[in-house]
Design a protein around this ligand. Structure first.
Ligand code: GDP
Ligand code: MG
Length: 166
């Protein structure tokens, strides 16, 4: 089994951190500043029974300048070319305009979209259900999976769920 997975989400939700966690080396540039990752970077995770090819994107967000416009296009173009789309959000933040912008871009996507709630190490567990309720009616998500990309919590489960769609 082998397939492509793209990670989209507002700046700073942890896309590059997730990539680095699963690939195990610093292939994507990480920073507290948004938009450090300017192009799609691929990382390949090879397990005994599956190969995951991850595409880290600059994120889909309303462009403020020409380069931003290009970056959004790069991210958008990958959505219909992959097996699974990971839409990542920050567990500390509620639904926002940035998410709305991204979900609008997902309307014509037929591939399975996973809602990934990242940074669960930073929130109390009883905050999760209200957050899930806020998002779950806004799109027909294939799976909703809370993780910590930094600490690795529930990442194995996420990979197992992805594997079933490759
Ligand atoms: P990106 O813009 O979506 O690629 O976000 P980054 O991967 O660059 O992460 C932005 C910031 O969030 C960095 O300071 C990361 O260390 C931090 N971060 C990412 N994932 C987690 C997580 O699961 N838990 C915590 N506590 N911090 C995280
Ligand atoms: Mg990044």
């Amino acid at each position: 089994k082998s397939g492509f997975i793209t990670i989209i989400g507002r700046p700073n939700v942890g896309k590059s951190t997730f990539m680095n966690h699963v690939i195990g080396q610093k292939i994507a540039i990480m920073s507290d500043k948004p938009q450090t990752t300017r192009n799609k970077i691929q990382g390949v995770l090879t397990e005994s029974d599956a190969q995951f090819i991850f595409i880290d994107t600059p994120g889909i967000h309303k462009p403020k300048h020409k380069l931003g416009d290009f970056m959004v296009k790069v991210a958008e173009n990958t959505l219909n070319e992959v097996d699974v789309v990971m839409f990542m959000i920050n567990a500390e933040e509620g639904f926002g305009k940035g998410d709305q912008f991204i979900l609008e871009r997902l309307q014509n996507v037929n591939n399975p979209v996973f809602l990934i709630i990242n940074k669960i190490d930073k929130v109390h567990p009883n905050k999760l259900l209200p957050l899930i309720n806020e998002y779950k009616d806004k799109y027909d998500f294939e799976e909703i999976i809370p993780i910590s990309a930094l600490e690795g919590n529930n990442v194995e489960n996420l990979l197992t769920q992805i594997k079933q769609r490759l």
